[in-house]
Design a protein around this ligand. Structure first.
Ligand SMILES: Cc1cc2nc3c(=O)[nH]c(=O)nc-3n(C[C@H](O)[C@H](O)[C@H](O)COP(=O)(O)OP(=O)(O)OC[C@H]3O[C@@H](n4cnc5c(N)ncnc54)[C@H](O)[C@@H]3O)c2cc1C
Ligand code: SF4
Ligand code: SF4
Ligand code: SF4
Length: 407
């Protein structure tokens, strides 16, 4: 029976919950806003299945290097603009739909929480487009994927590397009709903290006077119309957080307003990049270095200008890793533009492929003072002290000198 003694030993994939024959495992939110399984011991028959499917208990040591690496982008500029990097995910998904397949990915639900869902038409795929920097809840997506696979449908399952590892352990057999695509993964922020942030941000926007929205705006009349964590209004590299709100005035007239908050001014992204509220398992991620077993890996091709300067138009480029022959074949059928490169050129700008981030000193304090409003806490705990700033500057100077000498 699954017992979580240390939160870092559970990535929250929910393979155990979905596999339990007695349905006696539920997911409970902890005080950091993450979900963990809890077994109803009275109903448990001690069959051990939950342990067999857990990717954290059955860690793979199988480090893999991709068989081919590309810089890649979607040919459709509108899809590329609305995707986080080069829009390769959408192209892959469209291909699988064309082959009468089913695509699983992360999307928002009606309450703007992030969940896993599936799509069977090109129109439905839009909901998966773009990175959502919040841990998604898998729900019963593994069970549904298994059902489609058994019925002979092609399935493209996308998610974080640990979600792909979880799916593979859950299925416990290889399916020729299954394609898996994971992302280069920095780590996933807490759903509870996202909820707290969004509430504060909506209130802040409601109270701003310099918007096109009529004032005063009442809470009950305000609706979130859209959220993008990776808006390209100021470019791919200087991405911003975009929140679209709408409201109606007394005569029922509808107004909407979109705010673009630059990366380093958006409080939620600031805390994410400072690693303040990542899931504990992300600080010692067991599925880096290709251990998830995915067929394809997608990420941002940071460092593109050093490899292909002529391709860098700041509109987004995907770093695309083909990890298996099956994945490579799917790519060959997919209509995208690709440029062959090597693993090292992607790794240079993306250490997250191999290394987990460190737990910041302020993480515990950030959670300890949960009664202080989110905005205040973020400002306090993402502030770098003068000592660290000087240390960083010296490091940069020394690295510059060393690089200058060796060139
Ligand atoms: C939490 C998170 C951390 C990331 N960290 C890095 C990083 O450190 N370095 C890097 O290069 N790239 C990272 N990425 C991936 C990157 O942001 C793009 O998603 C990737 O480049 C694919 O872009 P695209 O343009 O091809 O497709 P897009 O349309 O932008 O991406 C959609 C894909 O992302 C998946 N997805 C979106 N949100 C989630 C989520 N919450 N959980 C699971 N899957 C999700 C969808 O299912 C779909 O497969 C991260 C993504 C997420 C969600
Ligand atoms: S041991 Fe079996 S019955 Fe008990 S929680 Fe695990 S899967 Fe469920
Ligand atoms: S990692 Fe997944 S399978 Fe393992 S205990 Fe956590 S939710 Fe269950
Ligand atoms: S960093 Fe690792 S444990 Fe965390 S979400 Fe990504 S794949 Fe899962």
């Amino acid at each position: 029976m699954i017992t979580i003694n240390n939160p870092k030993d559970c990535c929250g994939c929910s393979a155990c919950v979905q596999r339990c024959p007695k349905h006696c495992i539920s997911l409970i939110e902890d005080n950091e806003g993450f979900f963990y399984p809890k077994v109803n011991v009275n109903a448990c028959i001690d069959c051990g299945l939950c342990e067999k499917v857990c990717p954290m208990l059955n860690r793979s040591n199988d480090m893999r290097k991709p068989i081919e690496v590309y810089a890649a982008k979607n040919r459709d500029e509108e899809i590329r603009r609305t995707s986080s990097s080069g829009g390769v995910f959408s192209a892959l998904a469209i291909q699988v739909i064309k082959e009468d397949g089913v695509v699983f990915g992360a999307c928002f639900n009606a309450d703007w929480e992030v969940i896993h869902d599936y799509a069977e038409t090109e129109e439905e795929l839009v909901k998966f487009r773009g990175s959502k920097y919040v841990q998604s809840r898998i729900g019963n997506a593994y069970l549904l994927a298994e059902k489609f696979l058994k019925a002979g449908r092609k399935v493209l399952f996308s998610g974080t590397p640990c979600q792909i590892a979880g799916l593979k352990f859950f299925l416990r057999k290889e399916y020729e009709n299954l394609y898996t695509a994971d992302i280069i993964c920095h780590g996933v922020p807490s759903p509870g903290i996202w909820r707290e942030y969004l509430k504060e941000e909506i209130a802040r926007q409601r109270n701003r006077k310099n918007t096109v929205l009529p004032h005063p705006i009442h809470e009950k009349d305000t609706r979130v119309e859209g959220i993008s964590f990776r808006d390209k209004e100021y470019g791919w590299k200087r991405f911003s957080f975009a929140l679209t709100l709408s409201t109606t005035n007394g005569s029922g007239e509808k107004f909407s307003f979109c705010s673009h908050i630059p990366l380093h001014e958006n409080l939620f992204l600031k805390g994410f990049l400072a690693n303040l509220y990542l899931r504990p398992s992300c600080y010692a991620c067991p599925v880096k270095c290709g251990k998830s077993g995915s067929d394809l890996t997608l990420g941002d091709f940071w460092g593109l200008s050093a490899v292909f300067p002529e391709l860098d138009d700041d509109k987004g480029m995907t770093a695309l890793l083909a990890n298996s022959t099956k994945g490579k074949r799917l790519l060959e059928r997919t209509d995208i533009k690709t440029w062959v490169t090597n693993y090292e050129s992607v790794l240079r700008g993306n250490p997250a492929l191999e290394r987990s981030v460190r737990i910041p000193e302020n993480r515990a304090k950030f959670y300890e003072y949960a009664d202080i409003p989110f905005g205040k806490r973020i400002r306090k705990y993402t502030r770098t002290d003068i000592k660290s700033r000087i240390k960083r500057k010296i490091k940069r100077i020394v690295t510059g000198i060393v690089n200058g000498k060796s060139n």
